[in-house]
Design a protein around this ligand. Structure first.
Ligand code: BES
Ligand code: MN
Ligand code: ZN
Length: 497
């Protein structure tokens, strides 16, 4: 999609469709008022007749509105003006884009980016609007052969700022929004590919392709033999049941001085999680193709950082494996030595995410990180605790947790913090090894993070459990969401300021 920023009156726009808001009850937004004036009360007459009262979800498509150069005017119901908060704004923009896309317009000028929202500036509104537009129009059609193409697809969306003064800033906000949206799209595509296509090798190829496209990005792929030399017994224990070889992918983005400590992002890349010998039940097991959403979000974030050329250093580390049952797979009770030297008793082979992450976190030491953030579809318990609305956040450093929570609020890609108290650590006690890989039924998300924390003691570290937020289930809108790319990008952008 092409995006554009403009200021100026709606009646002057030469476009297929001008989009303006109507508030509850029967009140015209400033842009709608301007159209009402040039059209000699065309809009207010319609509204008085009862065609529309401004309720959220309503819309009205008008043709040949007097005094307008544009072919169409699309009125969008926005609800009560004073009640437009972040969440309502997002729904309103999404409604407007979905409706616009169904009108057959090739382009549109959208005045809803001027709606008043408490505590939000023009930049925020533009950044969000661009992301929501891409998000709303996203489809994953790569593997369908019989879909007919939309013959008149929407090509260009223009968002507006009130005056010329806001144009330069608006332009930057638009570019940020577009880069983040592109990163999210990459993340969703990678995640939506099934496990017979999106294998560890495929992820490594995608990372390599990404690095080819940007001079600021370099890639390194470690093979199983390399990992063995490094002593990554924990990571390799997950992969040993699969015929598909594990890869450890590193993407290094240099946007700042060499000496600046990087943000290291570690993404869980289990391209399919059968559970291994502790095999999962069949219903909905297909969704375990999404167990690499953490990895995909790291790739998407680095793509966006590189597209923007942000003045910061970021490293992405992706342990990519497939968790399979086979005669060479790990048996429950098997004990492995991690790269850190600590031994782990694998009581449940389905708690595999932490086994690959712990070695990747230890490996991250070599980048001398400022902070390490891991992103993982780690626990079903997190889905039970927070559902699909918030990612779980746990950290050994409260200022880092704060920064991430704030970035979540600002981007609308929210997280919620859970405690990482030492009280929970004893649940990981093992009679035979330094620790077990599971901590019992209670507080499953916390004990998983406790496990990881034992490998992150040397730095400021945070863990995002995205098991509930990374994809949506159900046949209707099933698919990857691209979360938490938006949160991570907001965090990184904030760090550059
Ligand atoms: N990938 C799963 C977590 C998951 C489950 C994410 C369902 C989204 C939906 C992870 O590897 C896993 O299997 N975790 C186990 C851990 C348990 C064995 C301690 C879980 O949550 O059941
Ligand atoms: Mn599992
Ligand atoms: Zn898993």
């Amino acid at each position: 999609m092409d995006f554009n920023i403009k200021s100026g009156n709606p009646e002057k726009q030469r476009t297929a469709c001008v989009i303006v808001g109507i508030f509850e009850s029967r009140r015209l937004s400033p842009a709608a008022k301007a159209i009402d004036t040039v059209s000699k009360k065309y809009l207010s007459n319609l509204i008085r007749r009862g065609d529309m009262d401004g309720t959220k979800g309503q819309y009205l498509l008008l043709h040949n509105v007097p005094g307008m150069i544009a072919d169409r005017v699309l009125l969008i119901g926005c609800g009560k003006e004073r009640e437009i908060d972040d969440r309502n704004y997002r729904t309103i923009i999404a409604n407007s884009i979905r409706t616009l896309n169904n009108t057959g317009s090739l382009d549109g000028v959208n005045y809803l980016s001027e709606l008043p929202i408490k505590g939000r500036d023009h930049d925020w509104k533009i950044r969000q609007a661009v992301q929501i537009a891409e998000h709303t129009l996203y489809e994953f059609k790569a593997l369908k052969t019989k879909e007919k193409k939309n013959r008149r697809p929407l090509r260009k969306i223009t968002f507006t700022v009130p005056t010329r003064r806001e144009l330069p800033q608006g332009e930057i906000a638009m570019q940020e929004g577009r880069a983040i949206a592109n990163g999210i799209k990459l993340t969703r595509d990678l995640a939506n590919y099934p496990s017979n296509i999106c294998t560890p090798t495929y992820l490594a190829q995608q990372a390599t392709a990404l690095a080819k496209g940007h001079r600021s990005l370099t890639v390194e792929i470690l093979e199983e033999a390399d990992m063995k030399k490094l002593g990554m017994g924990s990571l390799l224990s997950v992969s040993q049941g699969s015929a598909r070889p594990a890869k450890l992918i590193t993407l290094d983005y240099k946007g700042s001085k060499k000496a600046q400590k990087p943000i290291v992002l570690v993404g869980k890349g289990v391209t399919f999680d059968t559970g291994g010998i502790s095999i999962k039940p069949s219903p909905a097991m297909d969704e375990m193709k999404y167990d690499m959403c953490g990895a995909a979000s790291v790739l998407g974030t680095l793509a966006a950082v590189a597209e923007l050329g942000l003045p910061i250093n970021v490293v992405g580390v992706i342990p990519a494996v497939e968790n399979m049952p086979s005669s060479t797979a790990t048996n429950p009770g098997d004990i492995f030595t991690s790269m850190s030297g600590q031994t782990i008793e694998v009581l449940n082979t389905d708690a595999e995410g932490r086994l690959i992450l712990c070695d990747a976190i230890t490996y991250s030491e070599r980048f001398n990180p400022g902070v390490v953030i891991d992103i993982a579809t780690l626990t079903g318990a997190c889905v039970i605790a927070l559902g699909k609305h918030a990612s779980g956040l746990l950290s050994n450093h409260n200022p880092l947790a704060r920064d991430l929570l704030n970035a979540g609020d600002e981007s609308g890609d929210r997280a919620w913090q859970l405690p990482l108290w030492d009280d929970y650590q004893q649940q990981l006690n093992s009679p035979f090894a330094d620790m077990a890989n599971i901590g019992g039924r209670e507080a499953g998300t916390i004990t998983a993070a406790c496990f990881l924390s034992r490998f992150a003691e040397k730095y400021h570290w945070a863990h995002l459990d995205i098991a509930g937020t990374a994809w949506l289930s159900g046949s209707n809108n099933k698919g990857a969401t691209g979360r938490p790319v938006s949160l991570l990008m907001q965090y990184i952008i904030n760090q550059t300021k």
